[in-house]
Design a protein around this ligand. Sequence first.
Ligand code: ZN
Length: 273
Amino acid sequence: MPELPEVETTLRGISNGILHKKIKSFDCRDRSLRWPIPKNMSSFLKNENFESAYRRGKYIILNLANKKGSVLIHLGMSGKLRISPNLKQPVKHEHWDINFADGWTLRYTDIRKFGALLKTKQDPANHVLIKNLGPEPLGNGFNGEYLFKKSRKRTLPIKNFIMDSKIVVGVGNIYANEALFMAGIRPTRKSGSISRAKYDLLSRSIVMTLKEAIEAGGTTLRDYTNAKEAPGYFKKELKVYDRAGEPCLTCGKALKEIRQSNRQTVYCTNCQS
Ligand SMILES: [Zn+2]
C-alpha cells in the first residue's frame, strides 16, 4: 500500500511534468473508484493548467491556476501515477488520463480501485477529507510535546494512537512498527502512560523513519511498481517489520509478532518497554 513516503515520491516524480502546462483533455475509462470520479471532471480541467502541487497526508493536491479549483488524488491500496510523453494505449486497470497540450499524459492505474480523484472549487484545506487531518509529521506542528498533550488520559495502545490520522497523518503500519522500535517503546503501551521524554524520542523516530524512506524513494517506488517483488520494497532497511522470529538487530532476541487492529505488529520484548 502506498504510504506517505511513496506518495511524497510520486508527487516529486510527477510535479515537473504537469505544472504550468495547458490541459488538453481528460479521459476517464472507469469512474468507479472509492468515490465516483465527478462526471464533469473533463470540463473542469479542459484548457486550465496546474500552478502548484503538494501533499497533505496521503492526498496529492493539484491547484488550478487563477483559483479555478483543485484536484485531490488518493492512491488508495494500489494506485500509481505515471507521467510520460509517449504512453501506449491504455490497458485494463488504467482508469484515467490527464492529457496535456504538449503531448504528455498523467495516467492513473489502480488494480484494487480504492483510490480517488475528486475536485473542489474551495480551499482544499476545507475539504471534508482534509479538514480533520492531524498535523504533518514532517511539518512544524509535530513534536513530542504535541503527542504528549494529545495522549493524556488516552488508553489507546501507542501504535494505534500514532496511526490515527486525526493525531498525525501518514504514519502507516510499516513506519509505526519501525519508529516504535527506534524509540524503544512497546507497541501495546497505553498512549496516556508514556512520558514526555519518550514522546520526544518517538516524534524524532517517526520523522527519521519517514525521511529515510523518502530518501530511498526512488528505490521504494521502483520496487513498489514491480508487484512481483512484494513485499520487498524498502525491506532491506526495515529493522522489525516483517521480521517476526528473526533476531533483534540490537540484542539478538527473537522478535515477537502480535496483531493489533488486524495489522501486523513486530517488536522486541527485550528492547521495547
Ligand atoms: Zn532487542
